[in-house]
Design a protein around this ligand. Structure first.
Ligand code: GYE
Length: 326
């Protein structure tokens, strides 16, 4: 009884994006036995920012709460190491694998290796190339944010704030990752519909604060006319704020900054007037990920995508939200 009501509560925080696809019984997806406790793997992509640390903490805390054994790996930013990490989990005989794939294509072999080994795999946070691996067929499901929507929401906030005018520098996330691909598309599509707005440069800062600072410095020099900067995550936005200040300009005044994640430093930058908006991307996957595995073990139909509902943080609500941030 307790377990059922708990699961219902967890799932109520997720908007189910599509109709149920396949269950444990169909299409050759490996099954998961109903057990009191599991040994599961979580393959993290890197640990270089507060978002990643919050995600890892959530996966570890929830495993501990459930009394599950967690095999944790950190690929340190290398897709090749992450494939090796998943192979090592397979060799250790985990019951299920939770993978945050660094990039869309290079992690396909890891997804297929788990399937071949008969171990159900759940993608959390980032996706893989949908033409090469399918939810409900090759892996169980994707749990995470709608990155297209995050990019679109950021651009729409910007259009409203500027009246559809501005010259934009874009700092992209890690090349080949699903959040970088989809945030760019969601954002750029809206900007393309506004003739008064132009993206003059778009370059990767690898979701990293210091790389974001360095790339912003170079792009600001090359495009002194830019008055808007869109960063695919808060870490790069914070790096860009340093670059803007070092160039003798005032963030939030000379250059309007918009971003995604909603980490503590991002919310503080909004409160300080240095950043206009940060669209939330929730990193706390533990409860939803393990609840999905338990539901799958029971034979419940699992949707192909389980999409987190994200909020928008600007000056109207940042101060009220910072205490819960990471
Ligand atoms: O925005 C970023 C992190 O994959 C959604 O990766 C995630 C992104 C997040 O490193 O800060």
């Amino acid at each position: 009884m307790i377990m059922i009501s708990r699961r219902t509560a967890l799932f109520s925080t997720l908007a189910l994006a599509s109709v149920a696809t396949t269950g444990a019984w169909a299409d050759g997806l490996p099954k998961l036995a109903v057990k009191k406790t599991y040994k599961v793997g979580f393959a993290q992509t890197e640990s270089n920012n507060p978002w990643r640390l919050a995600q890892t903490a959530s996966m570890k805390a929830e495993a501990e709460k459930l009394g599950w054994q967690l095999v944790y790996t950190d690929a340190a930013g290398s897709a090749a190491k992450q494939v090796a990490d998943v192979n090592s989990m397979i060799a250790q005989g985990v019951d299920a694998i939770f993978l945050s794939p660094r990039e869309e294509k290079p992690l396909i072999p890891a997804v297929m290796a788990a399937k071949k080994a008969g171990i159900p795999l759940f993608l959390i946070d980032r996706g893989v190339d949908a033409t090469l691996a399918k939810a409900g067929v090759d892996y169980v499901t994707f749990i995470g944010s709608d990155f297209l929507l995050e990019g679109k929401t950021t651009a729409e906030w910007l259009v409203k704030a500027t009246g559809g005018k501005g010259t934009i520098i874009e700092l992209e996330g890690s090349t080949g990752s699903s959040p970088a691909n989809d945030r760019k598309k969601g954002f750029d599509d809206v900007i393309a519909q506004n003739p008064g707005m132009k993206i003059v440069a778009s370059q990767t800062g690898d979701f990293n604060r210091d790389k974001g600072r360095q790339v912003a410095e170079a792009l600001l020099q090359a495009h002194p006319e830019a008055n808007i900067l869109f960063a695919h995550n808060d870490e790069m936005a914070i790096g860009a704020i340093s670059a803007i200040e070092a160039a003798g300009k005032v963030p939030g005044k000379d250059i309007l900054i918009v971003s995604i994640d909603g980490e503590k430093d991002g919310l503080q930058a909004v409160i300080d007037g240095k950043m206009g908006v940060t669209v939330e991307c929730n990193p706390k996957f533990g409860p939803a990920a393990y609840a999905a595995a338990m539901a799958y073990a029971k034979g419940d139909a699992i949707p192909a995508k389980m999409v987190n509902t994200d909020r928008v943080f600007d000056i109207t609500n940042a101060a009220a939200s910072i205490a819960d941030s990471y």
